[in-house]
Write a new protein. Structure first.
Length: 493
């Protein structure tokens, strides 16, 4: 039966949309829609192609491993391909139990057999990198690219202080050829500081500068920066999580440690950064407990994660399980709720802070993001709101990660309605007066922020000042009490 023209048109539209967003994400490091939305489009196309297999043309984005080598970097052929892992999108416990059940089935284990041991890790949200050490010296660093061929980014990676240029292997246990796989990422505080710096630069007239959507894009952009001097100014970090090609393990087997967790330990002993949250657990119940524990911790971590990763710990069992297409059967990524979502911006309010600073705040159609419902998000300042061209009625991407205030990262222009509001203009909106006390507003030369000039006359400033004072007094009282206690104690003894 021929494919109905409407279905054909739908598939075509989805393909074009996916191609467009894939380019924004992979080539330009500047996505326009949240990952969750991209995944939804991708799955819609997969479903359509499953129902109408004749639509699955070789050039369909579903048939392609994304991420291609960029022009400007030398290609690097990976001796051991850099694979990806299957993602479990069911964020409930069932996702973990299902993985354990599948592993047991594939290994032919019965209920009487002991639980499988798993190495559990965080799923860092950055860019996969392969580091090649020869005789303990870092000789090459490459991106994943399409998994077979990546880009030589050695110069940029060398600027990451956490990455040892020479492994510490005093006992000589480090193999003469060792490829370490891991993730380059940016800590949240480093990302916030970088964006703050970028905002200041833009406000000072450096219009070619930009702020970054999230730490992952900032990290990916820095690693693939053609100028290593610029890369060096971007604060990057690294975690090792696995191996690529290895030759000459010095142990009796010649194969290295028997378990993945012992591999991680070895990597750490050679001075590579390994995240301390990894843990070996038993069976599905162990996976569920790990997933839950890390979910509770997620906001307090200094970096973004989008889930956890479970790996069968025993390496011989990993080999038995092998691969399906380009994904190992012995590992899975178990997701958490996304930290970026789309929603509609209903209005822009202006808040007055302690020092009179006027901050535009987006009033949103409530949206579940990063594990809570968000209805307000900061737009930082007027310059930023204008640069992002955020208008009332727009569909926007909201990001809430860690304990940082939720923020509007960008507008989804393709969803802009005809009835959208005018470009944001703070002064016009306020008719030049503080929205709380009606004092004139002002902006000093070279400053980003507009302020209310009312000082303590302004009730909003008074309220914040009082709160600030009270919290500082609270600290002072505590310090005073401690000092008194200490002096009483020493004088009395
Ligand atoms: S293991 C053969 N472990 O997630 C297994 N990957 O699709 C190879 N990732 O782009 C990957 N944290 O960069 C592994 N603890 C972790 C990870 C991790 C983040 C990334 C990796 C890759 C993607 C997997």
């Amino acid at each position: 039966m021929p494919t109905p023209p409407t279905v054909q048109a739908q598939a075509q539209a989805l393909r074009e949309l996916i191609e467009h967003h894939a380019r924004r994400y992979y080539a330009l490091d500047a996505p326009e829609i949240p990952d969750a939305e991209y995944d939804r489009l991708f799955r819609a196309l997969q479903d359509l192609e499953a129902a109408h297999p004749e639509l699955r043309t070789p050039d369909s984005p579903t048939q392609r491993v994304l991420g291609q080598a960029l022009q400007g970097f030398a290609p690097v052929a990976h001796a051991v391909p850099m694979l990806s892992i299957r993602t479990e999108t069911d964020t409930s416990d069932a996702g973990a139990l299902e993985f354990d059940a599948r592993i047991r089935r594939e290994l032919g284990l019965s209920v009487q057999d002991p639980p499988v041991r798993y190495s559990c890790e965080l799923k860092f949200d950055g860019l996969a990198i392969s580091l090649r050490y020869e005789q303990g010296v870092l000789v090459q660093a490459a991106t994943r690219g399409d998994g077979e061929t990546g880009e030589d980014v050695t110069q940029n990676i060398r600027t990451i202080r956490q990455i040892p240029l020479r492994l510490q292997s005093r006992d000589g246990t480090c193999p003469p050829l060792l490829e370490v796989r891991g993730e380059v990422y940016m800590r949240r505080d480093d990302f916030e500081a970088l964006n703050e710096r970028q905002r200041t630069l833009i406000a000072a007239g450096h219009r070619q500068e930009k702020t970054f959507v999230n730490p992952r894009n900032a990290a990916a952009g820095a690693v693939r920066q053609l100028d290593p001097a610029i890369a060096a100014r971007r604060p990057l970090s690294f975690f090792a999580y696995g191996l690529g090609q290895v030759q000459g393990w010095a142990d009796p087997t010649g194969q290295g440690p028997a378990t993945h967790s012992a591999v991680l330990q070895a990597l750490a002993s050679w001075g590579l950064p390994v995240d301390a949250h990894h843990r070996v657990v038993e069976g599905g119940a162990g996976l569920v407990a790990f997933h839950q524990d890390i979910e509770r911790l997620r906001d307090r971590l200094p970096f973004d994660i989008d889930g956890v990763v479970y790996k069968v710990d025993d390496r011989a069992t990993q080999d038995r399980l092998g691969f399906v297409t380009r994904e190992p059967r012995w590992a899975v990524a178990h997701k958490y709720p996304a930290q970026e979502q789309m929603t509609v911006l209903r209005a822009i309010d202006i808040q007055v802070g302690r020092t009179g600073k006027l901050t535009p705040v987006a009033k949103l159609e409530p949206v579940f993001v990063g594990g809570t419902t968000v209805s307000n998000a900061t737009l930082h300042n007027e310059e930023e709101a204008r640069r992002k061209d955020v208008r009332e009625g727009d569909t926007v991407i909201v990001r809430r990660a860690g304990d940082v205030i939720p923020e509007v990262v960008s507008v989804v222009l393709e969803r802009r309605p005809a009835s959208v509001g005018a470009p944001f203009d703070l002064v016009q909106r306020l008719s030049g007066r503080c929205p709380v006390c009606a004092s004139p507003i002002a902006r000093e030369e070279g400053e980003v922020d507009w302020r209310c000039t009312g000082g303590l006359y302004c009730p909003a400033q008074r309220k914040h000042a009082l709160l600030h004072f009270a919290s500082r007094r609270a600290v002072d009282i505590e310090a005073w009490a401690t000092r008194s206690w200490n002096s009483w104690w020493t004088s009395g003894s």
